[in-house]
Ligand binder design. Structure first.
Ligand SMILES: *Cc1c(COP(=O)(O)O)cnc(C)c1O
Length: 422
């Protein structure tokens, strides 16, 4: 469920008209809904109310300060994967004790900062990382709480580029080596074992892969405890999908997911951490764009819009489907015919939709790319010297620009001539 709907013939974000926003801000822009972010977090929190759980929003999905502050104010912790994300979380006022640090390539500098700030846990992904963390912690006179990310070799049945829990993915430590690595960790100074961690992929739309993975994880926790390790928390990962195709691909409800966690891991009597990103931010955001030209080659209708792959790379990177609707409800009611929606970037891969039944659209019309709140703005770049687009947060009848449009001075001003060119 989300809070983008037609009112008086115009698509609104909560009580704000997107047609009016487009006049105020120009296009393209990202627009996020506070009510939708809040709802997703609350539904998840309620579903897991029976378990002692810390919900750490995976910031890489959408790390705007205003978005993470919205969630932090509801009690969310953060899952960070870099120093930049850690700094963003701290800057938004998230207490360090509610931050976990994931990722395969944490550097010494990142570990030092996280240790000095006193984060809740490092999700360790390799033995070299474990050794380095021990060294850094000793140097600082700190102790690092760790869980080891194990790779259960389960196929999450999602797109290959967002599958992370197979043995040929770079993530985690194989199940066969897990006990050995925990044994090593228990001997290292500066390291305190507190949990186990897993994340098998993203946009997962059935519970089956989780069921398989959690059974394996539950078994491991029992073995580790028998080996004498104090496992007090299990990090169950993120990854539950969102309905990109409306009612055609409905992911499991958080209640079912929570029931599965209780069923497979509840007997362990431990705390839980979860790291949802997409399911919180995904359909809480849209990308609004304007039609520049319509080019009909006779064989194909191309609708050329002012947003492009540099603004939203998901269709190109993951073959992702995003529903696209006109901001005008009257346009939406016109007869559909097949079209590609493409941007101005000089790449054949620059499209937002291909061979899609779409209504009649004319230059100047506004369109909304739905479910663009996660892995959208955060992956934007300035390819073709295009400016990063603004982000807006709506709350009821109010809106705030939570990142202004970049300026050409900002963009070009980052370059420096070499000394011999002056
Ligand atoms: C990306 C990621 C997540 C979040 O995945 P979603 O599909 O957005 O929920 C959680 N944990 C880790 C370790 C990740 O890399």
């Amino acid at each position: 469920m989300h809070h983008f709907s037609y009112r008086d013939g115009v698509l609104h974000a909560e009580d704000v008209s997107l047609a009016e926003l487009a006049v105020d801000l120009d296009t393209p822009f990202y627009c996020y809904s506070t009510a939708t972010l809040t709802r997703h977090f609350q539904v998840l929190k309620k579903a897991f109310a029976g378990l002692d759980i810390m919900i750490c929003y995976a910031m890489k999905a959408n790390s705007n300060q205003a978005v993470i502050k919205t969630l932090a104010d509801l009690g969310a912790g953060m899952d960070v994967v870099s120093e930049g994300e850690l700094r963003r979380a701290l800057a938004a006022g998230v207490p360090a004790r509610r931050i976990v640090f994931s990722g395969v390539g944490k550097t010494a500098a990142e570990m030092s900062l996280a240790l000095r700030e006193g984060i809740a846990c490092f999700n360790v992904e390799s033995e070299p990382e474990l050794e380095l963390l021990s060294t850094i912690a000793q140097r600082l006179g700190e102790t690092a709480n760790i869980s080891i990310r194990v790779n259960p070799d389960v196929d999450a049945k999602t797109h290959v580029k967002i599958t992370t829990g197979k043995s040929d993915n770079k993530f985690g430590i194989s199940m066969t080596r897990a006990r050995e690595v925990y044994a090593r960790a228990s001997k290292l100074a500066g390291i305190r074992i507190t949990g186990v961690d897993m994340h098998i992929g993203s946009q997962i739309t059935t519970l089956e892969p989780y069921q398989q993975a959690y059974r394996i994880l539950g078994g491991l926790v029992e073995e580790l405890r028998a080996d004498g390790h104090p496992i007090t928390h299990v990090d169950i990962g993120g990854g539950l999908g969102v309905p990109y195709r409306g009612t055609n691909d409905v992911p499991p409800h958080p209640d079912e997911y929570a029931a599965l966690v209780l069923d497979t891991l509840g007997h362990l009597n431990c705390k839980f951490v979860m790291e949802p990103g997409r399911m919180i931010a995904g359909n809480a955001g849209i990308l609004v764009s304007r039609v520049i030209h319509v080019k009909d080659t006779g064989e194909k209708r191309f609708i050329i819009v002012d947003a492009a792959m540099n603004d939203l790379i998901r269709p190109t990177l993951y073959d992702a489907y995003h529903e696209i609707i006109p901001v005008s409800e009257a346009r939406n009611a016109t007869l559909n015919s097949l079209a590609d929606i493409v941007g101005p970037v000089c790449e054949s891969g620059d499209y937002l939709a291909q061979n899609r039944p779409l209504p009649q659209l004319e230059p100047g019309d506004l369109i909304s790319v739905m479910t663009a709140g996660a892995y959208g703005a955060v992956q934007a770049c300035t390819y073709n010297s295009r400016l990063l687009v603004p982000e807006v947060l709506v709350n009821g009848p109010h809106y705030a620009i939570i990142r202004p449009r970049q300026t050409y001075d900002d963009l070009i001003g980052l370059d420096r001539l070499a000394s011999w060119q002056h």
